[in-house]
Write a protein that binds this ligand. Sequence first.
Ligand SMILES: [Fe+2]
Length: 175
Amino acid sequence: MKNYITQHVKHNGAKLRKLFINGLRDMLWAEKNLIKALPKLARAATSDDLKVVFEIHLTETQQHINRLERVFRNIGEPAKTKKCTAMIGLINECSEIIESTEEYSSVRDWGLIFASQKVEHYEIASYGTLRTIANILRYSEVAELLQQTLDEEIQANTKLSDLADAYIYMEAVLD
Ligand SMILES: [Fe+2]
């Protein structure tokens, strides 16, 4: 496997770099749009705990944008965006949940957790692969920056899972 990667990169380094840059641009677009969506999710959430998770992640998302801009500077490329169609779909799903659930209901929070965990999983998959490609291309500083963001996305996802577990407990107590 290692030989395969080494040989492969030798011949396709420039193409892999292009794929890497496109992936970074895709994420920059995704994060910039998430900045607009997260306050809406926080406003729509019923429980204060869920509101706080969205608010904290909003601050982190601004950091993710700053880090991506540092990544672009580091590799000597302009910090351009590329429309991320996957994120459009995921954000639309969040809006649909808000439209189709009642205000101040626990069902809405379940829906928001459901939809926002999909967003986090998309980001986790993207940053994980981008970090690995950065390592292959020997951008070690960049790989470290992407790892930091990846860790925060994983943390955000864990907080959402923990909240879901807590809600399961509360609903069980209510029954
Ligand atoms: Fe992010």
